[in-house]
Design a protein around this ligand. Structure first.
Ligand code: SAM
Length: 243
């Protein structure tokens, strides 16, 4: 056990950042395992599993660069950093960035934290092997209010990365996007129209809160190996059989 990580965990217990838990999502170190998360921890591990399986030749090469937009306390950031991936993590919530930064200092993992929302100039001259936009698009767009700006940012992130993982649910949650369409097809169209020439692949369904569904997709420059079920849904979305 790392005593510095144990101290960080004890401090999180003393000053929880969520009303229904100590922290939003789990932290992938044994020192944090006893903390209560406000989102479903099984969903975070399920998402991580779907992401790993979609990455060609996993475990990844240590020279990879990754962007995590809306990293929160760093569940995905630190899972990748533990493999040697260099991560740029953007998170406007100071409390979470403080936790993330303390973990970097305690472990020496290759993560650069930015305590701000990601903005277009941040991408100038940068490119990433992998980018994550997991349950963050609805916060960037503030529901339907700033959809144009959020979509422009999505396009830039897709252009600046080889493989983008994107997760979203519509019509539920604090800052949600409202649509009369099925959420899955609305998200599919958003990604098809704004990540071209990448191919869009359906990876799976997640449930961070109760039964409210979110959908996880990959937008990739190269073919991704899918399970039979992922292939079936991707094909149906492509053919517009699911609307
Ligand atoms: C629902 S949480 C998802 C966290 C993590 N990506 C995950 O999937 O577990 C959304 C996170 O995005 C952050 N966020 C909100 N607005 C943002 C923005 N404009 N840019 C980047 N991150 C933002 C929030 O502070 C929060 O940590």
């Amino acid at each position: 056990m790392n005593t510095k990580l144990q101290e960080i965990a004890a401090n999180i217990e003393k000053h929880p950042s969520e009303t229904s838990g100590h922290i939003y999502h789990p932290l992938p170190f044994p020192e944090f395992q006893h903390l209560k998360t406000s989102s479903n921890p099984k969903s975070a591990y399920h998402k991580w599993d779907l992401i790993q399986r979609a990455i060609p030749s996993f475990p990844v090469s240590t020279s990879l660069k990754m962007l995590d937009v809306g990293a929160n306390a760093g569940f995905y950031t630190f899972n990748f950093a533990k493999l040697g991936v260099h991560v740029d993590a953007y998170e406007p919530h100071t409390h979470y960035v403080d936790i993330g930064q303390q973990i970097v200092e305690a472990t020496g993992l290759p993560v650069q934290w930015y305590n701000k929302p990601l903005e277009p100039p941040d991408l100038n001259g940068r490119s990433y092997d992998i980018a994550l936009m997991l349950s963050v698009f609805q916060w960037i767009s503030q529901g339907n209010k700033h959809l144009r700006e959020a979509t422009d940012l999505l396009k830039l992130i897709a252009n600046s990365s080889h493989l983008l993982f994107f997760e979203l649910g519509c019509n539920h949650g604090k800052s949600h996007i409202s649509t009369n369409e099925r959420s899955i097809s609305w998200i599919w169209r958003l990604l098809q129209q704004n990540s071209a020439p990448k191919q869009v692949y359906f990876l799976g369904t997640t449930t961070a809160w109760g039964r409210a569904k979110r959908y996880l997709f990959a937008c990739a420059d190269h073919p991704i190996h899918l399970t039979r079920w992922q292939q079936t849904i991707t094909h149906a979305l492509n053919k517009r059989w699911i609307r």
